[in-house]
Write a protein that binds this ligand. Structure first.
Ligand SMILES: [Zn+2]
Length: 90
């Protein structure tokens, strides 16, 4: 699980690193060790639970809660994976 190939196989220069789970390339500018797909697999169920348990959650709150970028959360929402729960109005 902790295998990283970026140490020796960086013949393409230092601008490449690899996902620590699946080994696919991720942008070196990424602050994470996982690619977006693995991040999604790992965090998505938790994010969904978080949203289900809290009203008026927004991207910012999710991003802060899980320490991920807002753009990633935004992507999940846009892809239809997440739906924010609105506080019922009576
Ligand atoms: Zn991955």
């Amino acid at each position: 699980m902790e295998t990283t190939r970026s140490g020796f196989l960086n013949d393409e220069g230092p601008r490449v690193k690899f996902c620590s789970r699946c080994g696919c390339r991720i942008p070196v500018t990424s602050p994470y060790e996982l690619c977006k797909e693995c991040m999604k697999k790992e965090l998505f169920p938790k994010v969904k639970e978080f949203i289900n348990e809290n009203y008026d959650v927004n991207e910012m709150m999710v991003a802060q809660e899980f320490g991920i970028e807002r753009s990633i959360v935004h992507e999940w929402v846009r892809e239809g994976h997440l739906e924010y729960k609105k506080r019922p109005q009576f």
